[in-house]
Design a protein around this ligand. Structure first.
Ligand code: ADP
Length: 426
């Protein structure tokens, strides 16, 4: 049987967040890293999310990659497509949200598509078309000064209007709060008036569930990961989604390791907790610049794997990071460490590590690439936004990939308990 829901995400950690929501709502979900080649064995799933790196790519590339992802998802049987972007609508007047949505609408022959980045659980709400982050309008937050996608306008009808070739309208709070019937009526009015995009208000999860129900027959949906909340129920109601343990993963046994490159406050505390009880090695960017080779860290790890999980980290407090960036340059400091983490990840897997936790969005990206991972089966949530997962392919790895600020203080040690399988012992 084919998949039900096909998702196209404009970045990697956002894709994982979306998959996490779908699994929690009962859909067996696979995340693919880019459009897969023909050889990748994709396990049976109810939903597939293709993670692209299209958020800040040139517009034409973002459109082409999204259309290629669409074709793959359609060939896998998807009957509904979700285009996932950031809950802060990260984009510029050139795109990429508008042009990608336009291209998907045209390819799908969709009549109307929702635009809803709301994610109330993380404080992203929409009222009268205006996007709030906590108690502030989006344009009054740090997003105003984002280096790549500065958000200086919180009015999503206007922002989407500037990016898209098609007309944009609003489904206001008064309709959304009444439930699916009132929302569907408003969709019909907008569509009859020639409106292609419906920015929808949502300030609580129940609004997203109402919306989900009202969108049951929409060919294209666009939004943050919150917009997925009400979709699985549509398939269940129609008898298309079976009862499965959606979070079930195959067991993976092997040595355990943590690689941390995030310097966020949350990760620094998690490292402190873990280093108290486990073998830990800190990588120094200056030593890497002076020729300290990743092989030395791999040799160190091999001595300690039997007493693992081992921790290898570059993470440092803000002052140390600033010093490294001043002396080595911001990019060079980052890439020295990311390259080292990539080489260490490969060495660890060669040494028998099969259970791996990575802290840091960019760090995770570097590790996943170095290990040649093309896809992940998504499992149970470890902490909000971070699921345990298993890589697809010949040598499965149990993984947890977290962006820096996620996870409670004991995340790094607790994570392994959520991964089916066992630590290899001496
Ligand atoms: P987050 O998810 O917290 O943003 P990332 O992995 O995306 O974490 O980004 C952290 C960046 O900081 C990476 O490029 C990493 O290589 C770099 N980094 C890690 N440790 C140091 C350090 N001690 N000095 C300078 N840069 C560092």
């Amino acid at each position: 049987m084919g998949i039900l829901l096909g998702c196209i995400a404009d970045d990697f950690t956002g894709a994982t967040d979306l998959c996490n929501t779908l699994v929690k709502e009962g859909m067996r979900t696979v995340q693919l890293i880019g459009v897969p080649g023909p050889g990748l064995p994709v396990p049976e799933a109810d939903a597939v999310t293709i993670a692209l790196k299209s958020r800040t790519a040139p517009v034409a590339d973002a459109v082409d990659e999204s259309l290629e992802a669409l074709r793959w998802l359609q060939s896998a049987g998807a009957t509904q497509i979700l285009f996932k972007y950031c809950s802060t609508f990260d984009s510029t007047p050139d795109g990429n949200i508008g042009p990608v949505a336009d291209a998907l609408m045209e390819a799908l022959g969709a009549g109307i598509a929702v635009v809803c980045p709301a994610f109330p659980e993380t404080g992203r709400t929409i009222y009268l078309g205006h996007l709030f982050v906590g108690a502030k309008l989006l344009s009054d937050t740090h997003m105003r000064h984002h280096p790549l996608t500065p958000m200086t306008d919180s009015d999503l009808v206007r922002v989407m209007g500037a990016q898209s070739k098609r007309p944009v309208g609003l489904v206001p709070f008064a309709a959304v709060d009444q439930g699916a019937g009132a929302i569907a009526e408003r969709f019909a009015e907008l569509e009859a008036a020639g409106i292609a995009y419906a920015v929808t208000d949502a300030v609580a999860d129940r609004h997203l569930r109402h919306l989900g129900e009202a969108m049951a027959d929409h060919k294209l949906i666009t939004g943050g990961s919150g917009i997925a909340l009400g979709l699985p129920e549509n398939f269940r109601r129609r008898g298309r989604l079976g009862q499965h343990d959606a979070a079930a993963l195959p067991a993976v046994d092997g040595f355990e390791a943590v690689l941390a490159g995030s310097c966020s406050t949350a990760t620094l505390e998690q490292i402190d907790r873990m280093a108290d009880r486990n073998p830990a090695l800190k990588l120094d960017p200056f030593a890497l610049a002076d020729g300290y080779a990743a092989e030395l860290a791999i040799d160190w790890a091999k001595e300690h794997l039997a007493n693992g999980p081992v921790l290898i980290y570059a993470s440092a407090p803000a002052d140390d990071v600033a010093e490294a960036q001043k002396v080595l340059g911001r990019e060079r400091a980052g890439s020295l460490i990311e390259d080292a983490m990539a080489a260490i990840a490969r060495g660890l897997v060669e040494a028998g590590v099969r259970r791996l936790v990575v802290a840091g969005g960019e760090t995770s990206g570097a590790v996943v690439k170095a290990l040649g991972i093309e896809g992940l089966a998504i499992g149970p949530q470890i902490d909000p936004g971070v699921p345990a997962c298993t890589s697809l392919g010949k040598t499965p790895l149990a993984l947890a990939l977290k962006s820096g600020n996620f996870g409670g203080p004991d995340f790094l040690t607790r994570a392994f308990a959520h991964m089916p399988g066992e630590r290899r012992r001496p």
